[in-house]
Design a protein around this ligand. Structure first.
Ligand code: GLN
Length: 540
């Protein structure tokens, strides 16, 4: 089987939703029975997004193999329900690192190492690496950034060479652009698109398909004009109107026949129309909810939607499972104090305490958890959220006043959250992190067991610190039960309070594994418990 390759580039501006368009196209092709994967090439110099501030780049998404990746990979997994890996996200930094390592080893035999051919060859290697696994009939490669950026140039050149080397029938380029609406003129304007296609053409690439983001319908005449000026076939100008939700986009792309245009261009059989039965069921439940609940998301990056992208999407999936709208109320942890916590959490049916790094906002998280624990408010702590639940319990129930995480206070007498001895010697940024999938054994008869319905699970991690097992017994005796344990290391992965309507903290990140096809049970049950809490409040 020879793999076909689709490259997706972006023009005019960033944030047009290349990731969603790529994922939607992949969904349609998958629905026709094709095996598809999506890859993101990011033109920045960071080796991975692990060290990027979430304010700048949104959440860092983690794969099973422990790669810290761009959040678009989250969309790919949520749409396709197929896991991604390190190979699905490559940055300029990683490409250069590989090339420089090869140079140091003498692999280039004394040749001058240059952007062309060495960097471009490495980019092409990253693409064919996925194709050569033999697992995929189609590889979709999304090129980050905007055509015309200096950073994008080597990628565009690599795509040009790739098409030349693999043959026209095996490689195509989809260009995503914006058709802005000028309200003063009352018109949609195609000029920025024309310019952006010209830029691409000047770099040796004629796009095959244009996907045009627009707030208003494109008329047949406008489509024709775009096709003519951009040298594209009429049926290959695809309109992409603003959608109510990202989950509508695959159906909109199906209406526009994007999948058919692509298959025709790649000389692949159409097969049957995409089977989107389950997807449509999901959407119809999404749009016909029977109740609404309000969940507080306590974190420090709450202003920026993208910082907690996977958590928000997991809540959407869980809401749909429960036929319920989950309204997320963002709560800035720095602003929560013992004197305002009651007012702040009033009217909420549950709280999630978010993952995070560093001291800022820690006390606010602990205050919110104390309130939830004492008032029977459903609580779900993720990673740092779980660690905060342990600190809160140690302080207020065990009476260890200065209990803390070693991360926040290296001098504390009671580091209930600590670093494992073997990690302490490694100081390289990112080097000490526990990353990727680890198995966890769940104790029978616990909330975690009821939630998962089994005793062996695998979840993804991204953290440096762990529950300090010197305190596990004391915590358990006082009522905070460790119910999920890593079988190899004995590290505690889940804690819960049995005497509470729903109080669970997990050291891992379940949000990364929630998909439309498989909403994550921890989120589904948290939402269910919160609906129950709401009913309990109403019944009083
Ligand atoms: N800062 C904590 C740690 O490193 C928690 C990390 C997280 O929430 N992802 O262990």
């Amino acid at each position: 089987m020879s793999t076909k390759y689709i490259f997706v580039t972006g023009g005019v501006t960033s944030s047009l939703g290349k990731g969603i368009i790529s994922a939607s196209l992949a969904k349609l092709l998958q629905g026709r029975g094709y095996s598809v994967t999506i890859q993101k090439l990011d033109p920045y110099i960071n080796v991975d997004p692990g060290t990027l501030n979430p304010y700048e780049h949104g959440e860092c998404y983690v794969t099973d193999d422990g790669a810290e990746t761009d959040l678009d990979l989250g969309h790919y997994e949520r749409f396709l329900n197929v896991p991604t890996s390190q190979s699905n996200n490559v940055t300029t930094g990683r490409i250069y690192q590989t090339v420089i390592n090869k140079e140091r080893k003498g692999n280039y035999l004394g040749k001058t190492v240059q952007i062309i051919p060495h960097i471009t060859d490495e980019i092409k290697n990253c693409v064919t690496k996925l194709g050569n696994t033999g697992q995929y009939e189609i590889v979709i490669t999304e090129i980050g950034g905007t055509v015309g950026d200096i950073e994008s140039l080597p990628y565009i050149e690599a795509v040009r060479q790739f098409r030349y080397e693999h043959g026209r029938e095996n490689v195509m380029v989809i260009h995503l652009t914006l058709i802005p609406y000028l309200s003063a003129a009352g018109e949609l304007k195609t000029k920025p698109t024309q310019h952006s296609v010209k830029t691409l053409q000047s770099q040796g690439i004629q796009p095959d398909v244009l996907v045009c983001r627009t707030e208003h319908e494109l008329s047949a005449d406008q489509k024709k004009k775009i096709a003519l000026f951009c040298n594209i076939e009429d049926d290959s100008v695809i309109e992409s109107r603003d959608a109510e939700t990202i989950y509508d986009v695959p159906l909109m792309m199906e209406d526009e026949k994007l999948d058919q245009v692509v298959l025709k261009r790649l000389e692949l059989p159409m097969r049957d129309a995409p089977d989107l039965t389950n997807w449509k069921k999901f959407l119809s439940r999404f749009k016909n909810p029977t109740c609404t609940i309000r969940i507080g998301l306590v974190g420090k990056y709450v202003e920026l939607q993208d910082a907690y992208k996977s958590i928000l999407e997991a809540l959407v999936h869980a809401g749909v499972s429960n036929e319920c709208v989950v309204e997320v109320v963002s709560l800035h942890s720095e602003e929560i104090t013992p004197s305002n916590v009651e007012d702040t959490l009033e009217g909420l049916q549950g709280i999630i305490v978010a993952p995070g790094f560093g001291n800022r906002g820690l006390e606010g998280k602990i205050t919110a958890i104390k309130f939830a624990r004492e008032h029977g408010l459903p609580f779900f702590g993720i990673c740092l959220g779980m660690q905060c639940a342990v600190i809160e319990f140690a302080r207020n129930v065990l009476g260890l006043e200065d209990a803390n995480s070693f991360e926040m206070n290296g001098d504390t007498e009671h580091a209930v959250i600590n670093m494992m001895e073997e990690q302490k010697a490694i100081t390289d940024m990112g080097g000490t992190m526990r990353l990727g999938a680890y198995t966890c054994h769940i104790k029978e008869g616990t909330l975690a067991h009821r939630v998962y319905g089994r005793t062996e699970i695998s979840e993804r991690h991204r953290h440096r610190f762990e529950l300090n097992n010197a305190y596990t017994e004391k915590l358990e005796k006082a009522g905070l039960i460790p119910t999920g344990i890593n079988p190899e290391t004995g590290l505690v992965e889940i804690v819960e309070l049995p005497d509470h309507p729903y109080f669970i903290g997990v050291q891992f990140h379940p949000e990364y594994k929630s998909t439309v096809a498989n909403p994550h049970p921890l989120f589904v049950n948290f939402v269910k418990a919160s609906i129950g809490a709401k009913e309990a409040v109403v019944a009083q």
